[in-house]
Write a protein that binds this ligand. Sequence first.
Ligand code: C2E
Ligand code: CA
Ligand code: CA
Length: 577
Amino acid sequence: MFKKAGAQLLVLIVDDDEVDYLSIKKILLQAFRPDQIETHWIRDPAAIDLVAELQRYDICFIDQNIGRQSGIDIIRQVTASGNITPLILLTGVDDQWVDNKACEYGASDYLIKDQLTAQLLNRVVRFSLAKKDHAKKLTKLAYTDSLTGLANRGKFDQELEFSLATANRTSNYLALLVIDLDNFKIINDRYGHPAGDAVLVELARRLLLAVRKSDIVARLGGDEFAVVFNCYKHADDISELKDKVLAVFQQPIIFKQQPLYCQASIGVSVVTPGQANNRIEEVLREADNALYQIKHKGRNACLFFNPKMKDSLAKAAALERALSCAIANNELYLNFQPKVSVADHSVCGVEVLLRWRNQFGEIIAPGVFIPIAERSRCILEIGRWVIEQSCRQLRAWLDQGLSIVPVAINISPLQIEEQGFTEHIISTLAKYNIAPEMLELEITETALMENISQVTEALSCLAKIGCRWSIDDFGTGYSSLSRLNDLPIDKIKIDRSFVENIETSESCKKICNIIISLANTLDLTLVVEGIEAESQILLLPLSKRDELQGFYFSRPLSADDLIAYFGACKKTPRASG
Ligand code: C2E
Ligand code: CA
Ligand code: CA
C-alpha cells in the first residue's frame, strides 16, 4: 500500500509514559495489518543521539510532555540538525499555541491523544509518508546535476559541511579533491557538445566507481568535479585514493568509436584530525589554491595544499588588489621592443610590452602580474587600456612622420572570449585613424588551440579588415597543423626557450629547424625572439623576410628611447651575414 510488498513500516514512539506508548501501539496495529508495522519505543530521548536514531525510522510520534523536555523543542532541534523523518506531535490537550509551533518547527502533523482512532492514524501516516516522498523527489531534483546524476554544488556544500563536522567528532582524516579538466574546451569545440556531455557522464561514472559509498562525488559546474574522502584513519590512505582518482583520467573515453583523452588537474586539501574544525570555505579555498598552482605548473597532475602556498597566495591576493587600481593610479605604462628584418636588420615593427610600477615604485614583471590579472579578469580592462594606449602612441608616431609599424599587441585569450573584442579594436583604429594593416595581434599557440570557435571568429573578422595575426610562444603548445593552415595567420613567433638553448641543445636546434621549415611550408613569416647573441642567428637557416627580436638588438624601450633607436638604425642598417 505505502511500502514495497513485504517491507515493514518502522515506527518510533517517543513518550515517557509506557501506558501511552502501549495505547498508541495498539491503535497503530488496528490501523495497519500487524505484518505491515513494527513499533519501537524510546522513553528518554536525551539519553541517545536522536537525530542519528531517526534515520532508521519511517515515521516518529513524539509526545509533547516528556519529563522536563517538550516535544516541540525536540522537533525544533532535530529538524535544525537535518532530520527528514516525518515527526508527529502528540499532546494531551488541544492547544492553539502548540499547534502553531509544531507546524512552524517542522512537525508533519499534530494529534490529540484521546481523539486517536485507527482511521485517523492510518490517514496521517499515509499522508506524512507521501509528503516526505514528494519532498525527497524535489530535493533530489534540486540537489542533483541533471547531466551526470552527481550531487550538484548546493548538495556538495551541505555534504561537505556534514563531513567536516563528522571528521571533527570522530578524529579522522578528510580530504577534499577539486578536479578541473584540462582540455575539455578542446573536446567540446572539436567534437561538439554531445561528445563533451558523454565525457562528463563517463568521468562521473568512473569517479563514483573509484571511491567508497561513504565518499562524496559532485559536479561543481562546467568541467569541475569534487571528491570528498570521508573518515580515513591514516594519511597514507588518502594518497592511495588520490592515485585511484588520477587513474580515472588515464583511459580514453570512447565516443562514437573514437577515443577521447581528457586529463585533469587536481588540488587537494587534507583536514587532519587535530584541525578538523576547519570551515568549509577554508577547505575549499585550500584545494582551489593547490589546483590553481598545479594548473600553472603544468597540467594533468595532483597537488596537495601546503601552508607555504598560503604566503604566495596572500602575496598574489595583495597584488590582485593593487592591480585593480593600477590603471586609475597611472601605474601602468608601455614599453616597445623593436623587431628587425633578417634582410638588413632594419626596424620592421615593434612589440608592445606592458609594464607596472606599483605605488611603492617597484617594477613588477608582466610574467608575474599578467596571470594574476587573468585570474581576476581585470586583464579585460587592462587589455583594453593597452590597445587604446598603443593606438594613441602609434598615432603620435605617425603624426611625427615616423613609420614604426606594425605595432604588435599581446592579446590574452580572455580578451578574445569577451563580447565586443573585435568591435573595440575596430572602433579604436577608427578613433586614431590607423590603418588596420599597422596593427598586429599576438596570441599564444595554446590560446589558439583552446578557444576554437571564438578565436576563429575574432581572427577571421579582424584579418578580413587587414589586421595581422601572429602566433606567440610557438612550439610550447599543441598545434593542429590543419588549423594553422586554415586560419588567417601571418606570422609565427618561435618560443624564446628554444633560441635560448640553441647553442647547447641539439634538440632545441632541431625544433628551431622544424619550425622554420614549417613556416616556409605554410608561407608564414617567422619571428625569432629572445636573440641575445649573433651566434644564435648564425645557427638559424632563416629567409630574408623573417624577423628578429631580442636584447641583442634592443631591450624593450620607452616611446622616446624607441624613436632614438629607430633614428640610429635608419642611419646604419646592417646587412645580414
Ligand atoms: P612575450 O609575449 O613572449 O614577450 C616577450 C618577452 O621576452 C618580453 O618579456 C621581453 O622583454 C622578453 N625578451 C625579449 N627579448 C629578450 C631576450 O633577448 N632575452 C630575454 N631573456 N628576454 C627577452 P616581458 O616584457 O617580461 O613579458 C613577458 C610576457 O608577459 C610576454 O611574453 C607576454 O606574454 C606578457 N605580456 C606583456 N605585455 C602584455 C600585454 O600587454 N598583454 C598581455 N596579455 N600579455 C602581455
Ligand atoms: Ca608576445
Ligand atoms: Ca613569446
